[in-house]
Design a binder for this molecule. Structure first.
Ligand code: KG4
Ligand code: ZN
Length: 347
């Protein structure tokens, strides 16, 4: 097979990333520059700061990706870039850089859907297992910006089954960690302290689906998520029971994490039948308790579980270049395209 080297660029949120992936699966380089230290003091991503930092850092991140891949610019066959969903000003930085590069190198420019790239991330680094071999499957995307279940029947057949009506799972981790005084980003912090805690210390609520009915037209209500009640429950719990020790904070964090994980696993159990396939990607897929619970569920129901490898869970450009080079999905001509901050997974 002829070698096809694709450069990927990802700037949809607060990671500046560039990667080179060969033939959709062989990751030659994947440079990810996190901006977490810039947003930490604000407890969440500040769009202005994110886009400014992308502008500053992207050129050197792209150069490093090509250098680490051990190829020259002329060895690139295509440029790919995330054009949505994400923060408008951050997406624009990546798209503009990608357009400039593609013109300069006279290469095609492929626009990639960030949610589909998260789904594709589960196929990176798995030699011999192509996304085409996995259709049909159900995918769970759990990140700081999105929480949804998607049915994938083919490269151009993505159907949204259910999604969150309020916060994304990653946001719930981040806001919970902030209330617990554990810092930002909250997911890794809660994951770490929860290992020492008692998961049944506090009985937190597990979502309120009845409220969803009107807003979730066309989706399966039993596959939708709601986390706002959980966040409020933590706020009131901490107000009424100020934790007096690190051990107690660990147990509250473990109980809070368990409530999030319970809801995520419950929806997967409802969406995926015995002997079917479940694909999981996104930053929250790094969560050790979620990985364990999904693995247990898969073993019990004989479900084939494809969990993205840890280095491809958070935002990264390898998943963008991988999807672009796999030939498996719909891409847009990004010379024509503008950024689409609310791009649906179905497009
Ligand atoms: O996929 P991602 O890098 O960015 C988005 O597309 O949003 O996900 C970032 C989110 C953050 O909310 C972060 O707290 C969460 O993923 N996260 C985790 C863990 N590591 C990162 N959540 C739970 N447990 C973790 N170990
Ligand atoms: Zn993401």
């Amino acid at each position: 097979m002829e070698k096809m080297n694709v450069l990927g660029i990802e700037t949809s949120c607060d990671e500046t990333s560039a990667a080179v992936v060969r033939n959709g699966c062989e990751v030659l380089s994947n440079v990810v520059l996190s901006q977490a230290h810039l947003h930490g003091p604000y407890g969440g991503v500040v769009p202005e700061i994110a886009s400014r930092s992308h502008v500053e850092c992207l050129p050197s991140v792209i150069e490093e990706a090509v250098q680490n891949a051990g190829i020259s610019w002329s060895d690139l066959d295509a440029i790919s870039v995330t054009y949505g969903p994400g923060l408008a000003s951050s997406l624009l930085t990546g798209l503009s850089a990608a357009k400039g590069l593609a013109v300069r190198l006279s290469k095609p420019l492929l626009g990639i859907n960030h949610l589909k790239a998260h789904i594709y991330s589960a196929f990176l680094g798995k030699t011999g297992y192509k996304i085409e071999d996995a259709y049909p499957f159900t995918a769970l995307v759990v990140s700081g910006g999105h929480t949804c279940l998607v049915r994938v029947d083919g490269g151009d057949k993505y159907k949204l089954l259910g999604q969150t009506i309020d916060d994304a799972a990653g946001e719930v981790f981040d806001k919970g960690a902030s209330l617990l005084g554990l810092g930002y980003p909250g997911g890794p912090a809660i994951d770490k302290v929860a290992r020492e805690g008692k998961r049944d210390f506090v009985d937190f609520p597990r979502g309120r689906q009845k409220k969803m009915i009107k807003r979730m037209k066309g989706l399966r209500l039993d596959l939708c998520f709601s986390f706002s009640g959980l966040k409020t429950a933590l706020l009131y719990y901490l107000r009424d029971n100020p934790p007096a020790s690190k051990d107690i904070i660990s147990s509250i964090a473990a109980s809070y994490q368990e409530a999030i994980v319970d809801v995520l696993v419950d929806r997967c159990e409802k969406a995926v039948g015995a002997s079917e396939r479940l694909v999981v990607g996104g930053g929250v897929a790094l969560n050790s308790r979620l990985r364990m619970r999904l693995t247990e569920f898969a073993a019990k129901k004989k479900v084939e579980l494809l969990l993205a490898e840890p280095q491809y869970c958070g935002d990264n450009a390898a998943m963008v270049a991988g999807l672009a080079g796999s030939g498996s999905g719909k891409t847009v001509d990004a010379f024509e395209a503008d950024v689409v901050p609310n791009l649906s997974v179905e497009i």
